[in-house]
Design a protein around this ligand. Structure first.
Ligand code: AR6
Length: 544
């Protein structure tokens, strides 16, 4: 075994797919319009979409109200304009947008002026320093020229085609609701083009009292995405997004994407101390190499912010932000997903990846085109499921182990991983979940705890789990050993919950190690299972 330091532990990944072949896993519910599923494109009567051209938009009537996304082209979207006498008149905002974007835009200054012409309130605050740096200094001259000569005019066309491409109203995925929205990739591209030009009405305010204060930012500069010059990772994020536009204007993608909000009232969440599910009954795969986005055919966890996307249009550049810029279709969730409550999650099915990258955080870099060969399901969605669950941020370690905090994270993870499962069934549910150090980076959590909580949530939902430790081989071994111990002693989810809560009540929690503590209580209080060999994880053979 030449390379044991880099190999995986537990069951092979293939046991998490639900069938022998990578893509044989059962499909998620197909796209079909209903009272709680808005489908913005026309679904052919066969239910299946053609896979050579984008689906046609669903016809419908614009709705300018608090239940739907206010569209930039709505007749009711008006903007105050001062005439030469100093009098203010209301003008149709879309007319202003069309006229500004129809003029030639040859450089970043023209682009900034165009955006400001229908966002005049920001003419003294939006300086576009980052945008100017990107196109005047950061990119090669030819790259900038190509962008303004070739790509940008096409992004303009895509943005201005919005009234044709999205005719039916887009419902907001509001709190407490189980609702879905499906859009074609072409519709998403047009919506993102509008976000790029900052055209969405009422979405530029950062005030807590604004109408959309409980929604993420969507216009690209609201959170100052075009201003940042201090960190190159922001410019690299912009490169990824420009690359996405280059791709979609060259060849329009023909599939679709579904966004489903899942909200479970606390009374319907599991009673954790009473759970009798055995930890050891859940297949687990742990590996130090590879990343979540490479785990094809599994549900891939997004280490989310409760405001979807987190700092993607601001300064952040960690797991969620990176995922959103290499798969920009995920960003459209920010248009309509209200801030997630503790018992809510968002599943995104069908997005495509467009960019390669290297590095992480400050060292993040766009690394060229990524061509995604993930097959489509019969609704035309890429077989890629991204599950957004937001851990809670912890400033102090002790807080994280408290009963309420532990319960919160368990419910959050469970609401997510139990999406589309049969809660009554004792059978394993496929596909499994690909996750890792959820809540343990920007949010300051502890991997020893978070890995166990995710294991408990997955065991409860019966979904197998793959854990990617992000290069940490010690953590891989700790998790595998802890899993072995819990299996050998037939520890249930309920017992483990009680042990963790008891641990949090110890005086010197900060100085103690959770795994060490668990080892003592498990060995002290229980008989090992009679056939220890049966459920012990075997060290894997090295993958080649
Ligand atoms: N695959 C596997 N593991 C990863 C990957 C990856 N692609 N990327 C990072 N990790 P973090 P959080 C590991 O900080 O703490 C964002 O701003 C790595 O060990 O992104 O839940 C969101 O919008 C890393 O330290 O997640 C939220 O606001 C750890 O996962 C906030 O960050 C945690 O990654 C969420 O912070």
């Amino acid at each position: 075994d030449m390379d044991s330091s880099n190999s995986w532990r537990g069951v092979p990944l293939s046991e998490l797919y639900g069938s022998q072949s990578l893509w044989g896993a059962p499909e998620f519910p197909l796209v079909s319009p209903s009272y709680n599923h808005a489908v913005l494109y026309h679904v052919p009567s066969s239910g299946c979409v053609a896979n050579d051209r984008p689906p046609k938009p669903q016809i419908g009537q614009d709705k300018w109200d608090s239940e739907h996304v206010r569209m930039p082209f709505s007749d009711q979207s008006l903007y105050p304009v001062e005439d030469s006498n100093g009098d203010t008149h209301l003008k149709k905002r879309w007319d202003m947008i069309e006229s500004a974007l129809s003029k030639p835009i040859r450089n970043s200054q023209d682009l900034a002026n165009a955006i400001l012409s229908y966002n005049t309130k920001f003419k003294n605050t939006w300086k576009f320093k980052g945008l100017h740096k990107l196109f005047n200094e950061y990119l090669e001259e030819e790259e900038s020229e190509y962008f303004f000569d070739v790509t940008l005019p096409e992004i303009v066309k895509l943005a201005l085609a919005l009234p044709k491409l999205v005719q039916a109203p887009i419902p907001l995925l509001r709190q407490h609701k189980n609702r879905s929205v499906s859009l074609s990739q072409q519709q998403i591209a047009s919506l993102l083009a509008n976000a790029f030009f900052c055209t969405f009405p009422r979405r530029n305010s950062t005030k807590r009292t604004s109408e959309y204060a409980s929604y993420p930012f969507i216009n690209f500069n609201t959170y100052r995405f075009y201003e940042a010059t201090d960190s190159d990772s922001n410019l690299e994020k912009l490169k990824c997004i420009c690359h996405y536009f280059r791709r979609v204007v060259t060849k329009v993608p023909v599939g679709s994407v579904t966004f489903s909000r899942r909200s479970v009232p606390p009374r319907d969440c599991p009673s954790w101390p009473r759970s009798e599910r055995l930890i050891g009954s859940l297949p687990l795969h742990v590996e130090p190499h590879n990343t979540i986005e490479d785990a094809s055919a599994l549900i891939q966890v997004d280490f989310a912010n409760k405001y979807l996307g987190g700092g993607v249009l601001g300064h952040g550049c960690v797991q969620e932000e990176i995922r959103f810029v290499i798969c920009p279709e995920l960003m459209i969730s920010m248009l309509f997903t209200e801030v997630l409550r503790p018992n809510e999650a968002l599943m995104m099915i069908g997005s495509e990846r467009y960019s390669k990258y290297t590095g992480y955080g400050h060292s993040f870099q766009f690394a060229g085109d990524f061509s995604d060969h993930t097959p489509r399901d019969s609704s035309g969605r890429r077989r890629c499921a991204v599950l957004a669950i937001d851990a809670a941020p912890y400033a102090a370690v002790t807080q994280e182990f408290k009963r309420e905090a532990v319960t919160r994270e368990l419910n959050k993870a469970w609401v997510g991983v139990s999406f589309d499962t049969d809660l009554q069934s004792d059978r394993l549910q496929f596909p499994g979940v690909a996750t890792g150090n959820w809540g343990c980076g920007a949010f300051g959590g502890t991997p020893q705890l978070k890995s166990l909580l995710q294991l408990m949530a997955c065991a409860q939902a019966r979904r197998p789990m793959a854990y990617f430790t992000f290069g940490d081989t010690q953590l891989r071994d700790d998790i595998a050993n802890m899993y072995n111990l819990l299996s050998r002693y037939n520890v249930t989810v309920g017992q483990l919950y009680k042990y963790i809560v008891r641990f949090s009540q110890e005086k010197d929690v900060v100085y103690k190690r959770l795994h060490h503590y668990l080892e003592q209580v498990v060995k002290g209080g229980k008989e090992p299972s009679p056939n220890p060999g049966d459920d012990v994880m075997e060290t894997s053979i090295t993958e080649d």
